[in-house]
Design a protein around this ligand. Sequence first.
Ligand code: MF3
Ligand code: CO
Ligand code: CO
Length: 248
Amino acid sequence: MIYIKSAQEIEMIRRSGRLASLTLDYVGSIIKVGQTTKELDKLTHDFIVGHKATPATLGYKGFPGSCCVSINEEVVHAIPGPRVIQEGDIVKVDVTTILDGFFGDTARTFLMEPVSSQARHLVETTRKSMYLAIQTVRHGSRVGDIGAAIQGCVEKEGFSVVQNFVGHGVGIKFHELPNIPHYGKAGTGFRLKNGMVFTIEPMINAGDWRVKILADNWTAVTQDGQLSAQFEHTLAVTPEGCEILTLS
Ligand code: MF3
Ligand code: CO
Ligand code: CO
């Protein structure tokens, strides 16, 4: 069952989402070459806790980080650790906050300049695909419209959509229904309804879409070792469109 949120619940998710977005603004201001992902995680942890919130990932199914920090060929869910951020890297940081019991989930890809033109193009295309998908969302539109928008945008550039991970309902719990694939056919799938809250979080690969999971049982990497980018927002469906709840 897809839980429909009340206006009051959406306000609480908006507050949490705003903090998650503010956390990524903070990450953008302190992330630097030479830093380990563990150091970045500690700063992120202290920022979230300093705002009277909890990092949702910490202890989630045993995940040991306050955020996911996935570099280059790492697609998602990389555990913060000794890997050092290098010039030319693209670094995906995914933050989920719990504020007064409500969840906000958002991710961005940071460019450690100077980066290759391919890396920049991949990241910009990924960002664009997410916003094109967001523009399809309104009461009565279909879930397939989201995936089709993303797929159309990125495949035109020769990139591919990761299929193993999907967007998800969020707000009261970390992962709720519905699942939101980032690929699909316009005009197909269930209809979105006013008050649904979910993420759109396309993971886009420069090469093949397939991923594998490392021995740590968390880190997803591209099978072909090529780059991957991601952006994520939490959205609420409205009669006219949708509201992005993870804005700072
Ligand atoms: N924030 C991720 C998402 O967008 C989930 C991370 S779960 C973790 O759904 F355990 F890997 F942190
Ligand atoms: Co998510
Ligand atoms: Co996330």
